[in-house]
Design a protein around this ligand. Structure first.
Ligand code: GDP
Ligand code: IMO
Ligand code: MG
Length: 423
């Protein structure tokens, strides 16, 4: 049975965690393939709320192995904490597998993340999650990173760790970065490494074995297409490939193993952090979406910027991701609106364009061209089939799928597991 990839179509926080949890009902393994604990994936099971940062969102379905793939950057202390917290709530984490090829976020990466942001001019700040993501991926690319597998030999790991602290103190402290005390920093890292060692394996082998055995594998993306290091609104992006191509490099599965791509898309648009956002609403409508949609970051608690659905960017995203099926989330957030707008084209320097510009400066100058639709003015949260949706809500979904040239696969009308149905 081939694998399915699920990715965010917009700027992250589309509801990927919820949809992964729903799809895991019919999966044998869930694999995260990029990012780190910059992600915050929310799953509600009844009244219980879980926010997963590093562990795949399939963990709440008992007995499904959850793989932290080679494409991630992993803060060992944060991972231990997440596993401890889940265990404390009665969730079985014995199925967690941590790739020996994953890269480690070390204390100096977090310091450098904060230092670079504090030194950047106001218009150059990215608004990162301050989790050390960029500096850890930079070390990976520079071939100076520490990896999951390094934690297997604690004596050698300690030497590498102390060398890392020394290098950081020597190079960056004179520039104004905070001095790190190797002894104080080592203690929690050592505890985390000791705890994590039994979970560290060659996940490329386990994932490929599962594929060969015909197991149903779900690959869980983090962030969204416009935070992708290649396809996003560079430089206001994260440091990994969040689009579906990243699923292969970040898990070790070959493209042949993947036969289905799910794109999770919000019925409107949000972004957290800095950078271009053509359909952003800085008025009371933006505030309405934020309040109605509970749009506050699951990782940092920051208010999310909100705006209308942007079909131009989402179409680009669906193309790059090869989206077969859309999981349309948060339709219910639009329930009270008399009128809803969709951006169907961009104007740049007075000319209408239908592509997504590569340049952030150009994106800042985009004027969105909107089409206005009648809202449905009725609650959708208890709908459990397309037929139970108001006609205008069905039309809105129809329009989204038409504009994105993808099929509707799942509709979500609330944060609950049951508030989901096949389209
Ligand atoms: P992720 O990062 O893509 O997993 O998304 P987040 O968890 O950061 O943000 C999505 C938020 O929307 C979470 O609080 C979810 O509980 C919530 N959510 C997911 N789907 C729906 C939906 O259809 N309707 C509503 N109202 N909330 C939803
Ligand atoms: P999930 O998986 C929304 C944003 C940050 C910042 C930029 C770079 O929950 O959808 P980083 O810390 O990665 O260097 O920050 O990316 N960002 C996210 N925004 N959802 C996320 O993850 C995000 N992960 C990072 O706000 O703008
Ligand atoms: Mg999130």
């Amino acid at each position: 049975m081939p694998a399915s990839v699920l990715v965010g179509v917009q700027w992250g926080d589309e509801g990927k965690g919820k949809i992964i949890d729903v799809l895991t009902k019919d999966a044998d393994m869930v694999v995260r393939f990029q990012g780190g604990n910059n992600a915050g994936h929310t799953v509600m099971t009844g009244a219980e709320k879980y926010v997963l940062h590093l562990i795949p969102s399939g963990i709440l379905r008992k007995g499904v192995p959850c793989v932290i793939g080679n494409g991630l950057v992993v803060d060992p202390v944060a991972l231990k904490k997440e596993m401890d917290e889940l265990s404390g709530r009665g969730i079985d984490v014995s199925g967690v597998q941590l790739s020996n090829r994953s890269h480690l976020i070390m204390p100096w990466h977090k310091q450098l993340d904060a230092f670079k942001e504090s030194q950047a001019a106001p218009d150059k700040k990215i608004g990162t999650t301050m989790r050390g993501i960029g500096p850890a991926y930079a070390d990976k690319a520079s071939r100076t990173g520490l990896r999951g597998g390094d934690m297997l030999d604690l004596a050698r790991f300690e030497t590498k760790f102390r060398d890392g602290v020394c290098d950081y103190n020597r190079i960056f402290v004179p520039l104004g970065a905070k001095q790190l005390d190797a002894n104080a920093e080592w203690k929690p890292i050592f505890e985390a490494a000791q705890f994590l060692r039994p979970y560290i394996i060659d996940t490329v082998q386990t994932v490929n074995l599962a594929a060969r055995q015909g197991k149903r594998i779900l690959l869980e993306g983090a962030q969204g297409a416009f935070l992708d290091i290649d396809h996003g609104t560079y430089p206001f992006v994260t440091s990994s490939n969040t689009t579906s191509g990243g699923a292969c490099t970040g898990s070790g599965l070959s493209p042949r193993a993947i036969n289905q791509v799910w794109g999770v898309v919000k019925a409107y648009t949000t972004r957290v952090g800095e950078g271009p956002f053509p359909t952003e609403l800085k008025d009371s409508m933006g505030e309405f979406l934020r309040q109605e949609g509970g749009e506050f970051g699951a990782t940092t608690g920051r208010p999310r910027r909100c705006g209308w659905f942007d079909a131009v960017s989402a179409r680009y995203s669906c193309m790059v991701n090869g989206v077969d099926y859309l999981a349309i989330t948060k339709l219910d957030v639009l329930d009270k609106l008399e009128e809803i707008k969709i951006c169907t084209a961009y104007k740049l320097n007075g000319r209408t364009i239908d592509y997504f510009p590569a340049d952030s400066g150009e994106l800042d100058k985009i004027e969105p061209v909107y089409e206005t639709f009648k809202g449905w003015m009725a609650s959708t949260c208890s709908a459990r089939s397309l037929d139970e949706l108001p006609i205008n809500a069905r039309r809105y979904i129809g329009l989204m799928t038409e504009l994105l040239s993808a099929k509707a696969g799942i509709i979500s009308v609330g944060s609950g597991r049951d508030q989901t149905f096949k389209a």
